[in-house]
Design a binder for this molecule. Structure first.
Ligand SMILES: *[C@@H]1O[C@H](CO)[C@@H](O)[C@H](O)[C@H]1NC(C)=O
Ligand SMILES: *[C@@H]1O[C@H](CO)[C@@H](O)[C@H](O)[C@H]1NC(C)=O
Ligand SMILES: *[C@@H]1O[C@H](CO)[C@@H](O)[C@H](O)[C@H]1NC(C)=O
Ligand SMILES: *[C@@H]1O[C@H](CO)[C@@H](O)[C@H](O)[C@H]1NC(C)=O
Length: 305
């Protein structure tokens, strides 16, 4: 009995501690968003007053993924995750499908900017500092870094440069990651880590490999699939038609973009799927290859017990 009471008071003490933690603010401070109208981005744009509370103007949010068959950096241990597509990014398109890029050059961490010059003539200087992986490590987020290394794998460049590219090209144009939204307690690079968390959270909603596999659509170097077969399988689990990207004149499947309207912030809010605003680059008539990977380009990333 005494032991039980001791345990209970110990638990209460822990609860007390976590209660005071739970009063800690979020970044951005979403409690300041509570008075905003409950509305999805791009559905009632005139009412978003606090741009820290909802992505604007980039309210058409795309979670993008790649299907690559090799990385080109196999010797450096950069391998693809078996039975999974890989992360490309999380992009803030304007509601009409157009988009901004490299919106804050004070947060330029892309070693190989693309484009090097913005449409208005502003040059984007290549970044030469420490990789963004070091930012994640400095925040003690080994768990996040581990997931990124497994599932956010670049083709033709080292991963950390690709992650920096995605942040600087896209997240700097996503209003909920603006440094101003973080207030006086902002710690340098916290927005970068938070963006990577948001990308991973969105990606986990779309196990593209499994969804396709469940419809009998498996990578194959022998057979092909039709565009409507691919779209139908994905729509059946997501409620909307994503964009499918193909190379080789529309005959080789390479990417998928899931489109959303977002309620609240990208960090904490709700993503609702909507149909792609971009026409598929895959052939609507020809057979589409969903190639098997080169066996030495992939690895099993599941955690073993
Ligand atoms: C967060 O916003 C709420 C509501 O506006 C406010 O009461 C609170 O003080 C803010 N927290 C911080 C740490 O600024
Ligand atoms: C847009 O928001 C305004 C203000 O909150 C509201 O009165 C209006 O009904 C909303 N319109 C739609 C289509 O949701
Ligand atoms: C690509 O496809 C179009 C339409 O089917 C065809 O006219 C063209 O010749 C193809 N190009 C190549 C390089 O295969
Ligand atoms: C399947 O074909 C692709 C594209 O030609 C090639 O890269 C890959 O190595 C092949 N995979 C297997 C298992 O043969």
């Amino acid at each position: 009995m005494a032991a039980t009471l001791g345990l209970i008071s110990a638990l209460l003490a822990i609860q007390g501690a976590s209660a005071s933690f739970s009063l800690a603010t979020t970044f951005p401070n979403i409690s300041a968003c509570a008075s905003e109208p409950i509305t999805y981005s791009c559905e009632n744009t005139t009412v978003i007053e606090n741009t820290c509370c909802s992505p604007t103007p980039g309210g058409l949010v795309l979670q993008t993924q790649f299907w690559d068959t090799y990385t080109g950096f196999e010797k450096q241990g950069q391998l693809l995750p078996k039975n999974s597509w890989t992360i490309h990014g999380l992009w803030p398109d304007n509601c009409d499908g157009s988009y901004e890029q490299y919106c804050d050059l004070s947060r330029q961490y892309d070693p190989t900017p693309s484009p090097l010059v913005l449409p208005d003539g502003t040059p984007v200087p290549p970044y030469t500092g420490p990789g963004v992986d070091t930012f994640v490590a400095e925040f003690g987020r080994g768990d996040l870094l581990d997931f990124m290394k497994k599932y956010w794998v670049s083709q033709g460049s080292p991963n950390s440069g690709f992650w920096g590219h995605e942040f600087s090209k896209h997240a700097t144009c996503t209003s909920t990651f603006d440094v101003a939204c973080y207030g006086p307690d902002y710690k340098k690079h916290q927005d970068v880590v938070d963006f990577f968390d948001a990308v991973v959270r969105a990606f986990k909603n779309y196990p593209t490999f499994n969804i396709l596999a469940a419809s009998g659509i498996l990578p194959s170097n022998k057979t092909t699939y039709s565009l409507s077969q691919l779209q139908g399988a994905l729509k059946a689990q997501t409620g909307a038609v994503p964009y499918l990207g193909c190379g080789s004149n529309g005959t080789v499947l390479q990417e998928v973009w899931y489109f959303h309207h977002v309620l609240g912030t990208e960090q904490f809010g709700h993503f609702k799927t909507v149909d792609s605003t971009t026409k598929s680059s895959c052939s609507p008539t020809a057979g589409i290859h969903y190639f098997e990977r080169t066996p030495t380009s992939e690895r099993d990333v599941r955690l073993l017990p």
